[in-house]
Design a protein around this ligand. Structure first.
Ligand code: AMP
Length: 283
């Protein structure tokens, strides 16, 4: 499988391949690919003639230099994994930083309003400007018909939809369900940094989210918050960053359940210095 290291080579190849009635799918990733990424690639392959998968650890979306330097990188293995899905319909774009940023590794400033002032936006200042910058740039280069993103990063998915609308980009954004490890932990490239014990304990995050969903039928939201905080306080391996029940469109946190509104519960927590996030649809 050919790997394109520059946008010029990638765009030339796309232009040669594309016929008038062909469609192009796009899956942006930071590599260290797992089944969660592959589920996006499979959706893209089943709905498009060709699929571009980008593999690029985007420096501007990291607010911690140690998180950036510890982020796993495994291009050779990623290529092998993608080949198990298709040998001739996938184009891999794995550029160096200069190809996307030139000499200025800097984010554009976006206004995502209430979508960015909560959860990941709160905990990771500048993160969504970095995400918006790189996704906008990649969409402008690849120019796909459809791009695929995981609901595991639900806030990111909403931010990207908003950015695409605000910038007038002609691309359809599709959200795909979260793929999980056998113990329920949401698959993530960061999971490879967990010890066996931490991996085992991390099952707690999705268990809590599933119980929150059940509890919402009978309990008030404040008592659900109390219960979740206690569960984390009782586990010395974890440090909870946030738990939040939010409206699924604005992501504004809610204190009471209202009819005709839809909600999602979100957790971010550290275990052994590894930041894990997950969420669940509560409707
Ligand atoms: P990343 O490489 O972490 O930037 O993720 C690239 C894309 O894969 C993003 O759209 C993520 O939301 C998505 N993704 C990551 N983990 C999962 C998962 N467990 N299930 C489904 N999609 C995922």
């Amino acid at each position: 499988m050919l790997v394109y290291k520059t946008k010029v080579d990638l765009v030339n190849r796309i232009n040669n391949l594309m016929q008038p009635d062909f469609s192009l799918g796009f899956v942006p990733t930071m590599g260290a690919l797992h089944q969660g990424h592959l589920s996006l690639v499979k959706s893209a392959l089943s709905n498009n003639n060709f699929v571009v998968v980008s593999i690029f650890v985007n420096p501007t979306q990291f607010n911690s230099t140690s998180d950036l330097s510890k982020y796993p990188r495994s291009l050779a293995q990623d290529i092998k994994i993608l080949e198990t899905v298709s040998k001739d319909k996938i184009l891999i774009y794995a550029p160096e930083i200069e190809d996307l940023y030139g000499s200025k590794v800097k984010s554009e400033s976006f206004n995502f309003r209430e979508l960015e002032s909560t959860m990941e936006g709160n905990s990771r200042p500048g993160h969504f400007d970095g995400v918006g910058t790189i996704v906008k740039r990649l969409l402008q280069i690849v120019n796909p018909n459809t791009a695929y993103f995981g609901e595991k990063d639900f806030q990111q998915l909403l931010i990207i939809k908003k950015m695409v609308e605000a910038e007038g980009l002609q691309v359809k954004i599709i959200g795909c369900p979260t793929e999980r490890e056998p113990n329920g932990l949401a698959m993530s490239s960061r999971n490879s940094r967990l010890s066996p014990e931490e991996y085992h304990e991390s099952a707690m995050i999705y268990e809590i989210l599933k119980t929150v969903k059940q509890k919402l039928n009978s309990d008030g939201i404040p008592s659900i918050y109390d219960w979740v905080l206690k569960r984390f306080n009782n586990n010395p391996l974890f440090e909870l960053d946030y738990f939040q029940i939010s409206d699924i469109e604005s992501l504004v946190p809610v204190k009471e359940k209202l009819p005709n509104k839809k909600y999602r519960a979100f957790i971010a927590a550290y275990i052994g210095g590894v930041r894990l996030i997950d969420n669940i649809d509560l409707n």
